[in-house]
Design a protein around this ligand. Structure first.
Ligand SMILES: CC1(C)CN=C(N2CCN(c3ncnc4sc(CCF)cc34)CC2)S1
Length: 492
């Protein structure tokens, strides 16, 4: 049973990041499990002090020099913790729930306790992810509600209730073998919440939102990693709190060293981004951290996560390493093609739209603008890059195949032709996409052809051929098997 113990109290008042690190370190090292409510309140309190109302009036020069790490008093945190504990214990009468393991009814009841305390104001602002926000403003974002439910469960001693995370949603697992699932929060805009329902129904849609049954299932330490990862150092659209970013970075390294990020690709991506902003001496470079996230996704999630590739692709793009960035985006597309697009997948749709309609055209423009740059120019003469762009689009075509909602529209086609036409015709002639007639492609979308044809999906080859001209699949294992002929000879 979590509780605010004396061993927790000795760290207060927290006066600098070192004292926060030592609180988290002791909580994670045990012997008791980390107290999620205590840590979420504490980190939320610091984030609030470092990011809210920080616009420094020009007149107050001294404001720039003022030490701003907030002092976090024991009284403040204790009062908020007591408020949360009173709310949770006062609302849930455990005598109504006799079973050793939690029931769906209990999970729904705990979700209702958090849900009914929320104010109606809009919920997609920043800094609404912690119990500090919940207890001082009755506001939580989608993730924050899920974390609040798990923190409340811990206070009630329901140690079988854990957080489950996809790339854009959160829910809980519970029960004897931890495989029962329940929605506990809402998702997106204008969608009725499905709180209390099991996830199985949604997974069946093969939507990216539920990662086709490959979410991150948390234990208490991974739940700490989630609340740390969800911290938001931004002050406004253009400024971040350096102190908050540094604290988040140190906490993520603490969790990393203890192995609590080892199955959580997005937290590794967050760490890689923080290392790009402010490299920690002696720590691996961002690219190695992003690669580790990809390796985790391959090893533990059957390569069903998209973000590890777009974290790395975004980094390489910012470093103007365009050829490698495009390779990452082709790999991201190789993941999304395994899903069917549904209306709740908007976030990843926007991600691919940005790559196709902003980033790729920017690259193509940039490299054709300064032809003297030998390194960049050869992109437009490099059949592998051209093939990766084709793979990128082919994966999006396959994503759309069999989906209830269309993905592509004419804007995509305009950008596609803009990007492809910039490539030298001889380069385009150098790739072989397996045009032989007898290739018989069977679906590799984790379903067999009968299903595809049943739900109106033509054989992949036919539909893709229709959609993208002469692209035919040669090898069922790949959306697009591209054999680069001359490139190999040139490189020899
Ligand atoms: C490559 C990117 C566009 C950069 N940032 C990205 N994200 C920022 C951090 N994100 C996250 N980071 C850690 N944990 C989680 S759990 C979750 C689903 C809602 F609960 C999101 C998310 C979401 C993804 S993906």
């Amino acid at each position: 049973m979590a509780g605010f113990r004396d061993r927790d109290k000795k760290h207060f008042p927290l006066t600098d990041s070192a004292s926060v690190i030592s609180l988290f370190k002791e909580q994670i090292e045990g012997p008791n499990e980390p107290n999620l409510a205590l840590l979420s309140i504490t980190l939320g309190c610091i984030e609030n002090a470092l990011t809210m109302n920080r616009a420094i009036p020009a007149a107050e020069e001294s404001a720039l020099l003022r030490p701003i790490f907030p002092v976090v008093d024991l009284e403040t945190v204790e009062a908020l913790y007591a408020k949360f504990e009173t709310l949770v214990r006062g609302s849930v009468d455990l005598t109504h729930y006799e079973s050793k393991f939690s029931s769906r009814e209990l999970v729904k009841k705990i979700s209702d306790v958090v849900w009914s305390s929320l104010s109606r104001s809009f919920k997609d602002k920043a800094h609404l992810q912690s119990l500090y926000s919940f207890l001082t403003g009755n506001k939580l974002d989608c993730f924050g509600v899920a974390l609040g439910v798990v923190a409340a469960s811990q206070i009630l001693g329901c140690n079988d209730i854990h957080l489950a995370l996809s790339e854009d949603h959160a829910w809980v697992v519970f029960g004897e073998d931890g495989t029962d699932t329940a929605e506990v929060t809402w998702h997106g805009k204008g969608n009725e919440d499905k709180r209390g329902q099991s996830i199985a129904l949604s997974v069946a849609e093969k939507s990216w939102l539920y990662l086709n049954g490959q979410p991150v299932i948390c234990d208490r330490a991974t739940e700490v990693a989630a609340l740390v990862s969800a911290a938001n150092p931004s002050i406004n659209f253009t400024m971040d709190s350096i102190e908050m970013g540094a604290l988040q970075q140190e906490l993520l390294w603490l969790l990393y060293d203890k192995g609590h990020l080892s199955k959580y690709p997005m937290s590794l991506g967050n760490l890689g981004d923080l290392e790009e902003i402010s490299p920690t001496p002696g720590r691996p470079p961002p690219l190695q951290i992003f690669q580790e996230a990809i390796t985790v996704a391959l090893k533990h999630y059957n390569n069903h996560h998209v973000y590890p590739y777009t974290y790395m692709g975004g980094y390489l793009y910012r470093k103007r390493r365009y050829k490698e960035a495009i390779k990452c985006w082709a790999e991201a597309s190789n993941v999304i093609r395994k899903f069917n697009y549904t209306r709740e997948d908007e976030e990843i749709y926007k991600e691919f739209l940005d790559i196709a309609n902003e980033l790729l055209p920017n690259i193509v423009k940039a490299v054709s603008l300064n032809p003297n740059d030998r390194v960049q120019l050869n992109i437009l003469h490099n059949p592998e890059v051209y093939a990766d762009i084709l793979r990128f689009y082919d994966g999006i075509c396959e994503w759309e195949e069999g989906s209830s909602t269309p993905v592509l529209h004419v804007g995509w086609a305009q950008n596609l032709t803009f990007s492809l036409n910039k490539f030298d015709p001889r380069t385009r002639a150098k790739i072989d996409v397996g045009r032989d007639e007898d290739s018989d492609d069977d679906s590799d979308k984790d379903s067999n052809d009968e299903n595809d044809n049943q739900n109106g999906k033509l054989s992949k080859e036919k539909e893709c051929t229709e959609k993208s001209g002469s692209l035919q699949r040669k090898d069922p294992q790949q959306a697009l098997s591209v054999v680069v002929e001359d490139l190999k000879k040139e490189e020899l």
